[in-house]
Design a protein around this ligand. Structure first.
Ligand code: 5GP
Ligand code: MG
Ligand code: MG
Length: 183
């Protein structure tokens, strides 16, 4: 195992590297069955999904394109409803395309509820939601993942693309931070 400056900040490992690898391959196989011959567009929601995206597209050997979108979600000051803003928009026409949205984690559902509407408004033929992690305990919007890697409890996780204050994205497993690491 390589040296790590970050392992000491992790309280516990929720999903190991081996579990990630096996599950992502199984997800790739499932998407192959569904999308072979359909030329789907894999759409990574930045930044959190970048590592999952890289592994998933290699686990699913269909003829496909990749695209990236960046959104930021923030709480409305007067109500608890989340608002979502696009910070890096699509660079290509998605009219008539089968879109596979690749997300790191489905939490409140605000981000994906917004994105599904947005992609349909931009003319997508179909929108399939693929998320590595699903945290159903905190759902505010009725969003359902078509394919989810792991269902996790209501704990803040980092690694495999997911950050805390932009750190820990390069941790190769999914873990829970020690409270001291938030200081
Ligand atoms: P939403 O609440 O809109 O479903 O999720 C919005 C975003 O919040 C996710 O895409 C992810 O970037 C972030 N998020 C939610 N839960 C966690 C978590 O446990 N860890 C990290 N690092 N990010 C999270
Ligand atoms: Mg995300
Ligand atoms: Mg983040």
């Amino acid at each position: 195992m390589a040296n790590s400056e970050m392992n000491q900040d992790i309280l516990k490992v929720l999903v190991t590297e081996e579990e990630l690898q096996a599950r992502v391959q199984a997800m790739g196989d499932e998407l192959y069955e569904k999308f072979a011959g359909k030329n789907p567009l894999f759409l990574s929601v930045l930044k959190g999904s970048f590592i999952f995206m890289a592994d998933l597209v290699r686990a699913c050997q269909v003829k496909s394109d990749v695209e990236f979108i960046a959104v930021s979600s923030y709480e409305n000051a007067t109500s608890s409803s989340g608002r979502v803003k696009i910070t890096r928009d699509l660079q290509e026409d998605i009219t008539g395309r089968h879109i596979i949205v690749v997300e790191d984690i489905l939490d409140s559902g605000n981000t994906l509820a917004f994105l599904v509407n947005y992609l349909k408004a931009r003319g997508a033929e179909s929108v399939t939601i693929v998320t590595l992690l699903d945290k159903p305990a905190r759902r505010e919007k009725a969003v359902h993942a078509d394919l989810a890697g792991f269902t996790i409890p209501d704990e803040f996780v980092v690694g495999y693309g997911l950050d805390f204050a932009q750190r820990y994205r390069n941790v190769p497993y999914i873990g829970v931070l020690r409270p001291e690491a938030y200081a």
